[in-house]
Ligand binder design. Structure first.
Ligand code: FAD
Length: 386
């Protein structure tokens, strides 16, 4: 991994700000309204090389760490934009890097780094399993050198915008397992050249997120596309959870800063009863309080990221960062919306769009109750709820 200094971090921030400056409020507002994918933005980010931050240099990436990847996503969310359109490539990278074979890395990573291939979809959640991922039912049955997949997934984002999708599927029936965390396997699904039937049904969601229900009918996946050992897939996914938590926290911090900056500016300019509304403590203090919470969450995020990049245990810090950052961005969103009054609800001010977008971080990819359960049970040793 490339060791990046404070100056490098500042340079990354400035480079991302420059890319984002070409995609102003109006770009994201129109995309949101039309329900379109921000193709031009994702293309620009890919061309800049920053989307390949986590791919090692030998495969054509930047070879940076989670700290730098987090800074990139944070700066995107601090702009009028949103990293949700393309963050999955970073979220899923650990599974491929840590557990993929040398051949899989050679086959996919250089093309992902160059933008020729897009790995933006990750299929875990199912209607009958929810947060309890070890209960998933989508079956992958091995027949010679092929797995045949049947089942259903829900809330799977960007499938239509992706060439590759990571899939978690069951390779051993649940009732045949002693250890319920075994029996699941991870596959790289090549969506361009699929044998069998994969129906992708878009869901109408609260914001522009390209999220779908998937129906697999005898979908064939070559054996060579299984990542790591059969039955160990859940372990591989868990391995990526700390990175994912730190990256979500980073996005939430970017949003939080956007809300604080917009809210403070508007409150300083808008005059009611003969003075700027921000002079009233009822308007000023919620923004100031949210600012303090966003900055505190940022310190926990950086602490977690540094530990992660140093190869140290960081489960507690990564979970605390995700919890604090998602709560702080939501607090900032409410303070900003309140400061904008009725205008906060008008699309042309973008507060309502960001407000809808940032709410997700408390719920997905993991809801804050399960984050608290991790802290309560795994860190503090209290009794388990599940
Ligand atoms: C916009 C969006 C995009 C998504 N994209 C993807 C994607 O690309 N790929 C993918 O695999 N998934 C995706 N998801 C799914 C997401 O990861 C799940 O929604 C999330 O993990 C929660 O699962 P669930 O919705 O089934 O909630 P459930 O598991 O049904 O839980 C519902 C609520 O119950 C509470 N709860 C459940 N169990 C406990 C417990 N033991 N203790 C306390 N509280 C509990 C939680 O607070 C939770 O909010 C996406 C979701 C959304 C909304």
């Amino acid at each position: 991994m490339v060791h990046a200094s404070e100056e490098d971090h500042q340079a990354i921030r400035e480079a991302i700000r420059k890319i984002c400056a070409a995609f102003p409020d109006t770009y994201w507002r129109e995309i949101d309204k039309a329900g379109e994918y921000p193709q031009a933005f994702v293309d620009a980010l890919t061309a800049s090389g920053y989307l390949a931050a986590l791919i090692p240099e030998e495969y054509g990436g930047a070879g940076l760490g989670i700290t730098e990847a987090g800074i990139i996503l944070e700066e995107i969310n601090r702009s009028p934009g949103n990293a949700l359109a393309c963050h999955a490539q970073m979220y899923t990278m650990g599974t491929l890097l840590k557990h993929g074979s040398a051949e899989q890395k050679r086959r996919y990573l250089p093309k992902i780094a160059s933008g020729e291939l897009r790995l933006q979809a990750f299929a875990v959640t199912e209607p009958n399993a929810g947060s309890e991922s070890t209960r998933i039912e989508t079956r992958a049955v091995r027949k010679g050198d092929t797995y045949i997949v049947n089942g259903q997934k829900i809330f799977i984002s960007r499938v239509k915008q992706s060439d590759l999708m990571l899939l978690l599927a069951r390779t051993t029936p649940y009732d045949q397992l002693k250890d319920k965390t075994q029996g699941l396997s991870v596959f790289i699904v090549d969506l361009r050249d699929l044998k069998g039937k994969l129906e992708v049904k878009p869901l109408d969601m609260m914001f522009n997120h390209h999220t779908n229900i998937l129906f697999f009918e005898d979908v064939e996946i070559p054996l060579e596309n299984r990542i790591g050992e059969e039955g160990k897939g859940f372990r591989y996914i868990i391995d990526g959870w700390n990175a994912e938590r730190i990256l979500i926290a980073s996005e939430a911090i970017g949003d939080g800063r956007w809300f604080v900056e917009r809210g403070a500016k508007y409150a300083s300019e808008r005059v009611v009863f003969g003075k700027p509304i921000g002079a009233n403590q009822g308007v000023q203090f919620p923004i100031a309080r949210a600012f303090a919470h966003v900055e505190a969450a940022d310190r926990m995020r950086m602490f977690a990221a540094e530990k992660f990049d140093a190869g140290e245990k960081c489960g507690a810090e990564a979970n605390m960062a995700k919890l604090l950052a998602s709560e702080a961005s939501w607090e900032a969103a409410n303070a900003c919306l309140d400061a904008f009054g009725g205008y906060g609800f008008a699309r042309e001010y973008d507060v309502e769009r960001k407000f809808r977008e940032t709410r997700l971080y408390m719920t997905a990819p993991i809801n804050n109750n399960l984050v608290l359960a991790f802290l309560g049970q795994n860190v503090l040793g209290m009794p388990k709820s599940y």
